[in-house]
Design a protein around this ligand. Structure first.
Ligand code: HEC
Length: 184
């Protein structure tokens, strides 16, 4: 028991240290300058294409205007299938298609719009180019898929700065009522 306790504490401390490193490097490099993480471009697309509007910054999804977005943390899709899902959306659900020409000049799941009857997925608010779709898929693979519960360090890493939205993930001060999520 004690051994587990210590291991847990060590992990929590490590997470804090990494969290601080994240915010320090991000401040030092700014948002656009050559930041070291190769998936930063994908993260920017995750924000700009509003994946986070439905899947949330942490990817766990939940109820929203697009219906219940599945958890990208728990997804079992391969890179290829993630790319296909982003480009073609998911028929019969709120997951929009992001590839210009999908179901029109480009077949999706072997089908064009005429074959889809009432099953067309919604069109995304703005289209993404093929390499942007790959970039956001690589971001999901590197930072979201397979992760367990969202942490404070991840949250700060996502927003690239201290964000009030991250306070709810602070474990050491979670007891303080100020940091509890507001009732809705
Ligand atoms: C309008 C809301 C909405 C937006 C915007 C959105 N999604 Fe989704 N997404 C969904 C919904 C709803 C599902 C669940 C579909 C289902 O029930 O099968 C989903 C499913 C997925 C899946 C499949 C997960 C699995 O395990 O089957 C992936 C991958 C995905 N979305 C990635 C993205 C990415 C990346 C973006 C941004 C480029 C994005 N989504 C934007 C609503 C959205």
């Amino acid at each position: 028991m004690m051994i587990f306790g210590h291991a847990y504490l060590a992990r929590a401390l490590l997470a804090c240290i990494i969290g601080i490193c994240f915010s320090v490097t991000d401040v030092a490099h700014g948002q656009s300058a050559g930041t070291p993480d190769p998936t930063d471009a994908g993260k920017a697309i995750f924000k700009r294409a509003n994946c986070m509007g439905c899947h949330k910054w942490h990817g766990n999804g939940g109820g929203g205007y697009g219906g219940d977005a599945l958890s990208l943390r728990k997804t079992e899709l391969t890179r290829e299938l993630i790319i296909e899902t982003i480009g073609c959306g998911r028929p019969g659900t709120g997951m929009p298609f992001f590839l210009r020409g999908a179901y029109d000049t480009i077949k999706c799941y072997g089908a064009l719009q005429a074959d889809m009857a009432g099953n067309m997925p919604p069109e995304a608010g703005s289209f993404l180019r093929g390499n942007d779709i790959e970039a956001v898929a690589d971001y999901v693979l590197a930072h979201i898929k397979g992760r367990s519960e969202p942490t404070y360090a991840e949250c700060i890493g996502f927003f690239s700065q201290e964000s009030r939205a991250c306070n709810v993930y602070k474990t050491d001060s979670a007891a303080s009522p100020e940091n509890k999520p507001k009732e809705r």
